[in-house]
Design a binder for this molecule. Structure first.
Ligand code: ATP
Ligand code: FE2
Length: 329
């Protein structure tokens, strides 16, 4: 049983030791307005966690006694929310007398992609509300080749969406708006070495919305299109350079923003140019989900066995490149 609890989604997945997902149930916190408030999310997760666990068990047609291993996300994420996942998992592990494994959420996004897309050694572009990371396996770790220096790409899109009255998460609606335009308005494009910065882009977009030209010379679709084009071109540039540097022959797109067709096309284009196979994680497994935690827990358990309870401390800031990956060579 994999338990995901790093941010807005409490998700439980049941996965077998061969990588078949038996069930997956998500409960997502959707703010009425504004961003994600950790205390409100914590309350929702605390109210619903048993219900979600029970639904996951009944969907898989098994009992809690059939569970052999508990895995949970211990890093990175929002402290109060990570804690619930850790506490519920420790409790279950001790009550059922079964092993427990603590998993890094970002690594789980890569591992579920490798499993679902049947690829071995990809360069990964992981884009979500909380992360923007280009990584690949090298020297025993998922090394980070590029990342955002300020806000993550999903957060940029969601903030823009919020400013124009689109409810959270705004990504899918912004994609629809952008599709209706091909008028490009110039915006700041900031790539520093292999890293990206989106905060100047966000401020510039706000200025476009506040300008007297808005609705006279251009509309919301044009702004959405220009925002996506600029941000996605930045992501594509960094991914392509990492691809050239690492020489990987597979490219994996994962995280919630991977659902975006325009971004998929751009990353596929550079993958083709480098004769690399391009794969996108199926949408059910692209965003936060308990199945990816369960599967990564199984990989770690097969390679190194369980964690001790004292190893299951949460770590809100842990990076994926701080962890060695014993199940890969
Ligand atoms: P993480 O904890 O890994 O940072 P997360 O908490 O942001 O993840 P995800 O479900 O991985 O959760 O990603 C959600 C993000 O994906 C949101 O920012 C949402 O707007 C974005 N998103 C979803 N669909 C699309 C889309 N079609 N186009 C662009 N962005 C999208
Ligand atoms: Fe995530």
């Amino acid at each position: 049983m994999g338990i995901e609890s790093t941010a807005h989604t409490w998700s439980v997945g049941i996965v077998d030791f061969s990588g078949n997902v038996l069930s997956l149930v998500n409960d997502m916190f959707i703010p009425e307005k504004g961003g994600i408030h950790p205390i409100l999310v914590r309350e929702q997760h605390l109210n619903n966690f048993i219900n979600v666990i029970n639904r996951t068990l009944s969907e898989a047609s098994i009992s809690i006694r059939d569970i052999d291993l508990i895995a949970f996300s211990k890093s990175p994420g929002l402290g109060p929310i990570l804690k619930i996942g850790a506490q519920v998992s420790r409790l279950l592990s001790q009550l059922l007398d079964i092993p427990i494994v603590a998993v890094n959420h970002c690594i789980a996004h890569v591992e579920i992609g490798r499993l679902m897309c049947k690829i071995e050694d990809p360069l990964t572009l992981y884009v979500s509300g909380g992360n923007t990371i280009v990584s690949a396996f090298e020297s025993e770790r998922y090394q980070i080749f590029g990342e955002t220096l300020d806000i993550p790409i999903g957060n940029l899109i969601d903030s823009f969406a919020r400013d124009v009255g689109i409810p959270h998460p705004g990504g899918p609606r912004v994609e629809q708006l952008a599709k209706k335009s091909s008028k490009y308005l110039s915006l700041p494009y900031v790539v520093k070495g292999m890293d990206l910065s989106f905060s100047g882009l966000y401020s510039a977009v706000k200025r476009l919305l506040e300008s007297k030209d808005f609705r006279n010379n251009y509309n919301l679709n044009d702004v959405a299109h220009s925002l996506q084009e600029t941000a996605f071109a930045m992501l594509t540039e960094v991914t392509e350079r990492a691809l050239a540097h690492t020489g990987k022959k597979e490219v994996l797109l994962t995280g919630g923003v991977a659902a975006n067709k325009n971004l998929q096309e751009k990353i596929k284009y550079i993958s083709d140019e480098h004769d690399a196979r391009f794969e996108v994680v199926p949408v059910r497994y692209a965003g936060d989900n308990g199945a990816m935690i369960g599967w990564t827990g199984i990989l770690r358990y097969k390679a190194l066995g369980e964690n001790t309870i004292s190893d299951t401390q949460i770590n809100p800031k842990e990076r994926m490149d701080q962890i060695t990956i014993p199940w890969r060579s």
